[in-house]
Ligand binder design. Structure first.
Ligand code: HEM
Length: 472
């Protein structure tokens, strides 16, 4: 699957006449229940060679914004609808937990915020959210600039060493962003410097983990989430919970940010006019100086580039939920008017990828157009959806789920929305701005060669190989 092949393709559902007839019969018999939901029957072969969410998109176009996906005995409800997403994520959020996701993440994250059951989550979320207060974020801006400077310096040294004449180098920017994001999150969460930007082999080593465990945290004077959580620690919080919370944030904040930087660069490199526009903003706001918390606020276009990259490449592309009790989902804008009864235990994928590329909500959904976020959009006869209106969330740092009434969910929505959204956005803005301040970036090959693969996030199959030229 090539990264460019994101336009509406022919549906690939394997169905025959008999299946159609049986679906029709079930629908007729069971108005208003989950049985009346359109059914996509997936064959495992549908998934060969392409990420799951591409197939989910095809089925969305074929079956509508709420459908049931059956894979043998297993089934999922796939939601690509802002009204239904709003119901699951916000209006009736506590009727759901993380289901399959929690099962997968539990061995690494334990009872950390992402997989946490509702009881644990309620206690920990209250403690952790204030950790991301504005003073912490301001201090973090210095960490973001310091770490980004290390990357820039490394690139400049490579140019000096390897290619003095041409003033350019080729390198895998995805790997570099991964190092950078790891260093930043290490410092932000533990005040621990992994130093991976400058290391020969930048993976977390055993001695890193050992050093982390040996530190005397009670005497540490620093600004980090660890410090905050240790200071706030109540009698009821054990070391295990603290470890789970920190580990969760380390993982949640690393790959996601690296991915958004990767795709923002991939998109800009194909759009030289937009890259120049971003560079002009940087030149006029910060010139040759370093970025400060104040100047950062004025980098409006860079922020829009980041959120547009998150629209086209949401991290993660799917949100996963399981119904803790029976619920009634709204029918959505093109579903059953009566809605759908779902039983306890129903597994749900909210496809953020589908929402973000829905032809029903976005003009030119597959185009990279950061400016789109400045233009309000009516609800175009979609009952129950409030349209897209930047004035709905005055002072918001970025276009979000409130402004878009759940058509745009870069950081989720409702009570389990990302706690690190501002951190991530500031971090990515600083890193991208500092890269573009110093370099012009081109793809080494054609965009089609950059193949997309997914795990928890979308990344490239063999790196984002770019040519970096020093700006004069
Ligand atoms: C939750 C995206 C960066 C910590 C989430 C969710 C999304 C998300 C979509 C909601 C998951 C769900 O509803 O199932 C992102 C993206 C990031 C990013 C795109 C970067 C561009 C960060 C950072 C941190 C962080 C930097 C911490 C330092 C968390 C935590 C949760 C979460 C703890 C769980 C919140 C809860 O359940 O209460 N993130 N995130 N994330 N994120 Fe982020």
């Amino acid at each position: 699957t090539k990264c460019q092949s994101t336009s509406v393709e022919k549906p690939r559902t394997k169905r025959n006449l008999l299946d159609n007839a049986s679906n029709l019969l079930t629908n007729l018999l069971s108005g208003g229940s989950i049985g009346s939901m359109p059914i996509a029957e997936g064959a495992v072969s549908d998934l060969f060679g392409r990420p799951l969410f591409f197939s989910l998109y095809d089925w969305f176009i074929e079956h509508g914004s709420v459908y049931k996906l059956a894979f043998g005995p297993k089934s999922f409800v796939v939601v690509s609808d802002p009204i239904v997403a709003r119901h699951i994520l916000r209006e009736n959020a506590f009727a759901y937990d993380k289901g399959v996701l929690a099962e997968i993440l539990e061995p690494i994250m334990g009872k950390g915020l992402i997989p946490a059951d509702l009881d644990t989550w309620k206690v920990r979320r209250k403690v952790i959210t204030p950790g991301f207060h504005s003073l912490f974020l301001e201090t973090m801006v210095r960490t973001f600039t310091k770490c980004s400077e290390r990357s820039i310096l490394k690139f400049e040294e490579l140019i000096e060493r390897e290619n003095h004449d041409k003033k350019a180098i080729e390198l895998d920017l995805e790997a570099e962003f991964s190092n950078l994001a790891l260093d930043i999150i290490g410092l932000g969460v533990f005040n621990y410097d992994f130093g991976s930007v400058t290391k020969e082999s930048p993976v977390i080593k055993e001695d890193d983990v050992e050093k982390l465990q040996q530190r005397d945290y009670s005497t540490l004077k620093d600004v980090s989430l660890l410090r905050f959580l240790v200071d706030m620690r109540g009698a009821d919080v054990d070391d295990r919970q603290l470890r789970d919370d920190l580990m969760t944030m380390l993982i949640a904040g690393h790959e996601t940010t690296a991915a958004v930087l990767t795709w923002a660069t991939f998109l800009l490199a194909q759009n030289p006019a937009k890259m120049r526009k971003a560079q002009e903003e940087i030149d006029s706001v910060i010139g040759g100086e370093g970025i400060t918390a104040e100047s950062l606020k004025k980098l409006d276009y860079i922020r829009l580039v980041i959120v547009e990259a998150l629209r086209l490449y949401p991290q993660p592309p799917l949100l996963i939920r399981r119904a803790l009790k029976p619920d009634k989902l709204p029918g959505g804008y093109n579903g059953n008017k009566e809605g759908y009864e779902i039983p306890r235990g129903t597994d749900i994928f909210v496809s953020v990828y589908n929402l973000h590329r829905s032809p029903y909500f976005w003009d030119w959904p597959n185009e990279f157009e950061p400016e789109r976020f400045l233009v309000p959009k009516g609800n175009e006869d979609i009952e129950g959806w409030a349209g897209f209106d930047p004035s709905r969330s005055p002072g918001a740092m970025y276009p979000n789920e409130i402004i878009s009434d759940f058509a745009f969910l870069p950081f989720g929505g409702g009570p389990r929305k990302c706690v690190g959204d501002q951190f991530a956005l500031l971090e990515s803005t600083v890193a991208l701005a500092m890269l573009l301040q110093k370099f012009d970036v081109e793809l080494r090959g054609s965009p089609d060669e950059v193949e997309l693969v997914t795990g928890a996030t979308m990344h490239t199959k063999s790196g984002l190989w770019c040519r970096l030229k020093k700006r004069s």
